[in-house]
Structure formats: C-alpha cells, structure tokens
Unconditional design. Structure first.
Lengths: 469, 205
C-alpha cells in the first residue's frame, strides 16, 4: 500500500517536473514567498512526497535545545517533512503504544543506556504518523550525547552517533549540534547537509557572522573602519573583507578562531574591493579601482607576493570575481559592452568571454556573480524593470533563468550544497537576509535585522573551528 | 633821662624780640613760603608729566588697539577669503543615475576649481565619487570611482597637475541624504572635493 502510494507520488512528481521545469533536474523552482502566496508559477513544492522525519521527545530536558536545533536543521534542509509531536502527549502516545514488544524506556527516547539498547521503537505508530525516519537524542553516561537514527519503514536502527557536546554556553555548542543534523542527513538520505555552516554579512559597516539557522549573531570585524564584502577562504577558518581607509580600500584576511587579521599586501594604496579566494586557499582575486578604472587582480596571500593583473579595461570596469570550484575559471562583472554583465575568463586572465547571455540594450545590467560549489551554476542579480532579481546561469547550457520575483533581490551566495542560497531582499519592507531552496522554492528569513547585506555563506565548517571560542 | 630809658626799653625790646626770635626758632615765614611753592611747582610739573604720560599711554594703547583691530580685521578678511575659497572648492558636482559623465551645468563649478588650484599652488585635493542607494553595493564602488575620474580628467585637461588631485570612491556607503526619493538620490550622486593639504590660507583666484 505504502509502496503504491510512493510510486504514485513519484510518477506524479515526474510529470509535474516535466511539465513545469526545464532543465528538469535542478533549479526547477521559482521563488515562493509566503508574503505573495497568491501567485505561484512553476512550483514543484510537493509536501508529502519527501520522506517524513520525527525528532523524538525525550526525558532529559538538558537535551531539549539539541533536539530543537536538530529538528530545525532537518526542517531547513528542505529534504524532509518534519513531523512535530506536542512533547507531553507524544511521550504518552509512545509509552502507551502496544505494538513494540521489545520496548525499553519511553519509546527508546529516554532510555538511560541510550543507543541500540534502547533503540526499539513503536515503528508502526510512527509509520502511521507519516515518519520514514525517527531521530532519538539521548545521553550516555557520563556526558556523551547519543543520536540514534531509526529507519521506521525498515523497523530498525539505521545509524548511531556519539559525541561529547561542549557546554550549552560554549561557542562550539551550536556547531556541534548542527553537526549532528548533518550526520542525520547523511545517514538517512546519503547527502551532505549545510547545518554546520555560518553566513558572514555586513551591517552598519561591520562584519557579522550568523549560524545558517539565524541564531548566534556575532560581530567579527574589529575596527572602526567601514567594512564591506566578506568572503570565506575554502578552509572555513579564514575570511577576507575590505575596509575603507582614507578613501582607499584595504583588504584584510582574518582568522575566525583567533580574530587576528593581516592586511593583504599591496592593498590600501588604491580602492581594492570584492575579494574572492581561489580554491587553493592562497590566491585571492579582487577588484582594484584606480584612475584607469577598475580591474581584477590576484595576489598570493600566503606569501604576500605575486600581484597579477587579470583584466585590462581602460574604458571599462571589471570587478566582482568568483572562482569555479576547480579554480580554473573566474566569473566576473564587466562593463565592456556598456551595461555591466557577467563574463568568464581562465584563472590567468586569458580567454575572456561572455558568460550569462543577454540581449544588447534589452536585458538589464547584471551584477555580483557567485559560482556554486558544485560548479554547475552561477547566481547573480540582474536589473528587471528598475529593480533587482536573482538569476541563475546554467554553466553547461549557458542558459539563464530568473529565480526571484518578489521585491528587490540581490547579492546571492551559495550554500555548500549548491541548493540553498542566501540573498538580500526587501520583500518584507526593508532589506533583510533570506534563504531560498532553489529546488523547492521554499523561502525563509535568515535574519530579521534590517540593513543586513553582502552575505557570504561558509563552506562546511571543520570540527576544530567549532570548539574554539 | 626819660629818653634814655625809652631807648633802653626800645633796645631791650628789640633785644627781647631778637632774643625771643632766636630762642624760639620759629619757621621763618619767607623761607617756609618759598619751599611750599617749590613743592607745589614740582607736584604740578609731576602731574602735568603724569598726565602727559597717561595721554601718551592712552595714545599708544589706542594706536595699539587700532593696530590690533586692523590686524584682526585684515586677518578676518583673509580668513573670510580663505573660507569663501574653501566653500567654492567644496561645491559638489552631480550625476545622472548610473552615469559618470560631467553634466554641462557642472562645467562652471569645475572651472572654478581649476582657477582655485592654479591660484594656490600648494593645494592638493581628493575627489570622492558617490552613488545613490539604487545601484548594486559593490558595483557602485566602481561607478563612484568613474565619477571621481571624470572630474579629475576635466581638471587635468584644463591645466591642473595630475599629482594634485587624487581620486576615491565611497560607492553608496556614505549618502548625504538618507532619504529614499529622487531628491535624496540626486543629492547622493555626486563628486565631493576634500582638501588633502595646503588648504590653510587659500587665495582667491
């Protein structure tokens, strides 16, 4: 019965995708804002087809915040139907359930032994509730947190993770909890999540960082100089950004853990801006505005040497470089054809050509490209009728499609899964940071603060960056 | 006999008077009167002298005050000129949306700056281009740079040494008017002219 329903669901979804989306594999959704829920074009958002997951309530209240974080992460992954149970009732439901013969503890959720010993669950009940997976978060003495992933359909434990979580107030606590979420995603669907990531942003001339779920906003820039354009290094341990110094733009590379920073060599004599790390982690591309105009340069930030000029546009501006994941190509903005548009070149500056197609004199100006980590897409924003919308370029097909339509949307930045994207939007009345899942079109607010802009989504953050305060 | 007595009496009286005068040693009225008049004369002379001195001092002070006043007046005048020149120098020029070409109505403003720079050979300036909030954040840095370059090229092509004007851009990061309407945007699309050095006492061109 279940299989039939499933099969039907996939068939329908396939039909919907064929009818509404091209290309059919990814990036097939339009912007679906809750504010404009009256109009939906080409939506492939199909609740019920995605697997259901339930985060089981438990007896140890100390873990409530971990459960809340994991449940929210799984929801924000946009890959599950999250089944929420009112906590008190669900425990009673679980304990009163008759089917689980080898039950130990409250539905396996609060068993002191944790893990496989208390793993047996009232599977038929959760299956009836629509869950394909159930996640139990318990403790094992003395201070280990155990995350058990149950495969409800198969009626057994799929995987179990153990970790010693930092204290609740510790800087690494939330990232450790986020890492559990990514492990659950890996164990259930076999895909890498983006829960353990952060987003850098600019607000009031300062650089802040925030967890991808919108929590834990931290000021990371330390000087009084006005800052812009943060950009992550591929290791997730450093980031570059620009500061105004006496009418000049100086670039810095700052260590996330220590907060120490170093000025990038040769910068500060001109207006240097829009830094972007190459995948090698030591080459930094940036724009330099001089009295000849604006051009793209690279410098080796590891050795502080080897300044190289990639573009020469005496009568045009070239700016906003972004590397493809193989480091071989750089997409950038150029005004060589009049209005700014997105171009691409080899990493040494050769073979410059148009990247995102446009109709001369018709298509609006295009800005701020960001190459997706999987290399398949370049997101940017383009002028549409006097306001900006986020577009996505399919790198292989060289075709462009519009992703947003509500309000003014700009400066997109890809998550490491190349599926989620943070961007600036004034759809709620003022400029805020939002996140869109380009596959389902689901949109959520990242930060309620107004005036947040220039977001930069981190790579997946390594263990060591989590625990260092 | 009687006459003798009178004489004796007279002489005695005279002697008595003489003895009396010499013995009592009263201040002789004549010398006393003479000393008083000398002192008075001296005092009179002193007071005249004092008055003269005071008058001189007053004149000196007045002269000094006038001189000071004149100096102050001329300094103020000088400062006023300098301030006026500074104000002229700081006059902004404005741009159309997403454009960096100098508008014909701003040519006069730039010509004034050429004249000021030529009248004040030590003056160095910075031209900072600015944009309104509608453009893209990062692209506006390049656009502001273009606007600064446009003004500088005008100055240089009219005889100003290129080394005396540097360019900068703040994009849309430092709006003069925080409003969200065309009036504010028009104000914020500008070139601003700041003094880098040599701006202490500017001469009128």
């Amino acid at each position: 019965m279940k299989a039939v329903r499933r099969l039907g669901g996939w068939a329908v979804s396939g039909a919907v995708m064929l009818l509404t989306a091209y290309p059919p594999n990814r990036l097939s959704a339009q912007d679906t804002s809750a504010i404009d829920r009256g109009v939906r074009i080409g939506i492939v958002y199909r609740p019920g087809v995605r697997p259901g997951v339930v985060v089981l309530p438990g007896r140890a209240p100390a873990l409530d915040s971990v459960r809340a974080i994991v449940a929210r992460d799984l929801d924000y992954s946009d890959r599950f139907e999250l089944i929420t149970l009112p906590s008190g009732d669900s425990i009673r439901v679980a304990t009163a359930a008759p089917a689980a013969a080898a039950r130990s503890g409250a539905g396996g959720a609060g068993g002191p032994g944790g893990g496989a010993a208390a793993a047996s669950l009232n599977y038929p009940l959760y299956q009836a509730l629509g869950a394909d997976f159930a996640v139990a978060i318990t403790t094992a003495p003395p201070d280990t947190t155990v995350v058990t992933v149950h495969d409800v359909t198969a009626g057994g434990v799929r995987r179990e993770f153990r970790a010693r979580l930092p204290a609740l107030k510790d800087a690494g606590f939330r990232l450790a909890a986020h890492r559990f979420s990514d492990q659950v995603l890996e164990a259930t669907l076999g895909v890498a999540g983006v829960a353990a990531t952060r987003v850098l942003l600019v607000r009031d001339g300062k650089v802040y960082s925030v967890d991808q779920d919108g929590a834990d906003v931290q000021l990371v820039s330390s000087s009084d100089h006005q800052a812009m354009s943060p950009a992550w290094a591929p290791d997730g341990r450093r980031f570059a950004y620009m500061e105004f110094w006496q009418g000049h733009g100086r670039l810095f590379v700052q260590d996330v853990a220590t907060g120490k920073r170093a000025a990038v060599a040769t910068t500060g004599q001109a207006l240097d801006f829009t830094p972007a790390f190459a995948p090698d982690g030591k080459t930094l591309a940036f724009s330099r505005a001089t009295e000849e105009g604006t051009d793209i340069y690279t410098i080796n930030v590891k050795d502080g040497c080897c300044l190289q000029r990639l573009t020469v546009g005496r009568f045009s501006d070239n700016l906003s470089p972004t590397y493809g994941p193989d480091g071989q190509r750089v997409a950038f903005v150029s005004t060589r054809a009049g209005a700014p548009q997105v171009y691409v070149m080899a990493a040494d500056g050769t073979d410059q050509q148009l990247f995102a197609p446009f109709d001369y004199g018709v298509t609006g100006a295009s800005y701020a490209p960001d190459w997706s980590p999987d290399g398949q897409s370049v997101a940017f924003h383009r002028d549409v009728g006097g306001t900006y919308q986020v577009f996505v370029l399919d790198v292989r097909a060289r075709s462009v499609r519009q992703l947003t339509s509500v309000g003014r949307n700009e400066d997109p930045t890809w998550a490491p899964d190349s599926r989620h994207m943070a961007f600036v939007s004034d759809r709620a009345g003022y400029r805020q940071l939002w996140i869109v899942d380009v596959e389902t079109g689901r949109i959520r607010l990242l930060l309620p603060h107004s005036g947040a802009r220039l977001p930069a989504w981190s790579p997946r953050l390594a263990e060591t960056t989590a625990s260092t305060p | 006999m009687k006459r003798f007595e009178l004489l004796v009496l007279g002489s005695l009286a005279a002697a008595a008077v003489a003895a009396c005068g010499g013995g009592a040693k009263p201040e002789p009225p004549a010398p006393q009167a003479n000393a008083d008049s000398a002192a008075a004369e001296r005092a009179r002379q002193d007071s005249i002298e004092r008055a003269r001195q005071e008058e001189l001092a007053r004149q000196r002070e007045e002269a000094e005050r006038v001189a000071r006043q004149r100096a102050a007046d001329s300094l103020a005048a000088l400062g006023h000129t300098s301030e006026a020149v500074k104000t002229l120098l700081a006059t902004m020029i404005h741009f159309e949306f997403d454009k960096s070409n100098v508008k014909p109505e701003d040519i006069g403003v730039l010509d004034q700056k050429v004249a000021i720079l030529q009248a004040n050979p030590n003056l160095r300036i910075r031209i900072a281009g600015n944009c309104d909030e509608r453009g893209s954040d990062e692209y506006n840095l390049a656009l502001g740079n273009r606007r600064a370059i446009a003004a500088k090229q005008y100055l240089v092509s009219h005889g100003v040494d290129a080394g005396r004007a540097e360019t900068a851009s703040y994009g849309k990061e430092r709006p003069l008017d925080p409003g969200h309407n065309e009036e504010a945007w028009a104000k914020n699309r500008n070139d601003q002219f700041e003094i880098v050095s040599g701006g202490d006492a500017l001469k009128q061109p």
